[in-house]
Design a protein. Structure first.
Length: 82
């Protein structure tokens, strides 16, 4: 779980720098780990962020910040619930 949170934080930092390639790579790691851990909600939110990043890379503003916030909050909630 800690690794997914670190990857999510790294994706957020990359987004702040405007490094969509790095943000996409870290988001895909979160998505894959969530899928393997049978965390369907986290998997879906990571997929949503991935979609938003890809759209942003094509010049379409699609709520990358909102998608990142949702994923980050879901990971925080999972961590708190243990």
């Amino acid at each position: 779980m800690a690794g997914m949170i670190q990857d999510c934080q790294a994706a957020g930092a990359a987004l702040l720098r405007g490094d969509l390639t790095q943000a996409l790579a870290k988001t895909r790691v979160v998505e894959q780990v969530a899928r393997l851990a049978d965390m369907g909600d986290i998997d879906a939110l990571a997929a949503g962020l991935e979609h938003a990043i890809l759209a942003a890379a094509e010049g379409r503003s699609t709520g990358v910040g909102l998608a990142f916030d949702r994923l980050s909050r879901a990971l925080d909630d999972r961590l708190e619930l243990g």
